[in-house]
Design a protein around this ligand. Structure first.
Ligand code: ATP
Length: 360
């Protein structure tokens, strides 16, 4: 069991600031996912926690103990990488037990721990095979097994499913979540795939340009993103962003005019929102919150493209004056390309972003 606490952590490579101002606590037993676009610093953050790199500034504590100067091998953790890096000449059992053999664990204890991990991962029938006799998913399971046998108090995963095909990734996602439930060990998992993050995490930290933009449960990030970046990153297809200006202001409500639209969209906002008439804003609305009927805000759009996705379609409206829209349409039949349709969305499903990209 391990609680991981990062305080004021920064990492510079020469003049380049890869991470800055990271304050984050990962609770004992939590499944925390670091997600963000390529180059945002996720792997670097994981390497700092692992001890492969020292932070330039700040403190990393495990259960209150400062990890400064503590080598990776003494941190009680195990790391699983995207590349399985199994020894090709060794059997699955020997691969899994290798680190234990190196640290002097007895043959009997080693065999017991390998057998237990193999059972958890359902690879017992594969123990005598060589890596080349395994599928990609089985190899990744062996790599995870190699981590489990060490009985770490913290698991670190760096994009472990990236090499697997789409179907296997879904299966392995479930297996990892199940593994976490069974072991109850703290896990930190890095991915650029927000679907992976949403389906597995207890909490997600969204990173951008070396900073943590928001930390929260998947539902918190989806329902109450703090800013435009998080709103756009979480959810698939992405949230639609429509250009607008403020047309009316009251203390706790505003009237918003979408570019090229006469009717005002009225939204409740917190007191002290700071908006003034004429301010440029953006309205965010998720594709799944738009309907083709009902009594929400009405917007006529021309269908430019229709993607059949099984059980429904994604309608693309590319030439609206306020911006491009994607609509998830569950019903059949789908509207015809070129047709102008009325779309509807409730004001309560809209997110309002200031010019500074903050959600109000
Ligand atoms: P990806 O999803 O592509 O792996 P990431 O979010 O994991 O990206 P990092 O690998 O943490 O990103 O890298 C963050 C930034 O730090 C990148 O711009 C990268 O080029 C830079 N960086 C990482 N390691 C080093 C290094 N050893 N020396 C110099 N720059 C580095």
């Amino acid at each position: 069991m391990s609680q991981v606490e990062l305080t004021g952590v920064a990492k510079r490579f020469g003049a380049y600031e890869a991470l800055r101002g990271i304050d984050l606590t990962i609770a004992d037993g939590e499944f925390m996912v670091f997600v963000g676009p390529s180059g945002c610093g996720k792997s670097t953050l994981l390497r700092l926690i692992c001890g492969l790199e020292p932070p330039t500034e700040g403190t990393i504590r495990f259960d209150g103990r400062d990890m400064r100067g503590v080598p990776p091998a003494d941190r009680g953790l195990a790391m699983v990488f995207q590349s399985y890096a199994l020894y090709p000449h060794m059997s699955v059992a020997d691969n899994m037990g290798f680190a234990l053999r190196m640290s002097g664990v007895s043959t009997a204890d080693r065999a017991a721990r390998v057998a237990k991990a193999a059972e958890i991962l359902q690879i017992t029938p594969l123990l005598a095979r060589r890596p080349k006799e395994l599928s990609g998913g089985q190899r990744q399971r062996v790599a995870i097994g190699r981590a489990i046998v060490r009985e770490p108090s913290l698991f670190l995963f760096d994009e472990p499913l990236s090499n697997l095909d789409a179907e296997l990734r879904v299966d392995m996602r479930y297996e990892l979540a199940e593994l976490h439930r069974r072991l109850g060990t703290t896990m930190i998992y890095v991915t650029h795939d927000q679907v992976e993050a949403m389906t597995m995490a207890d909490r997600i930290a969204v990173l951008r340009d070396g900073r943590v933009e928001q930390v929260g449960t998947p539902a918190e990030l989806y329902e109450r993103p703090l800013n435009r970046f998080v709103a756009g990153f979480i959810g698939s297809p992405r949230m639609n962003m429509l250009a607008a200006t403020v047309a009316e202001v009251e203390s706790c409500a505003v009237g918003i005019r979408l570019t090229g639209v006469d009717e005002l969209l009225r939204m409740n906002v917190a007191d002290g929102h700071g908006l003034g008439i004429g301010d440029a804003v953006e309205i965010g609305i998720r594709p799944e919150h738009i309907d083709l009927s009902g009594d929400g805000f009405r917007l006529p759009v021309r269908v430019s493209f229709c993607e059949y996705v099984g059980g429904g379609s994604l309608l693309h409206a590319n030439d609206h004056s306020a911006g491009r829209l994607v609509i998830r349409h569950a019903g059949a039949p789908a509207p015809v390309v070129g047709e102008t349709i009325d779309i509807r969305f409730p004001e309560s499903a809209c997110h309002l972003f200031s010019a500074a990209e903050i959600r109000l």
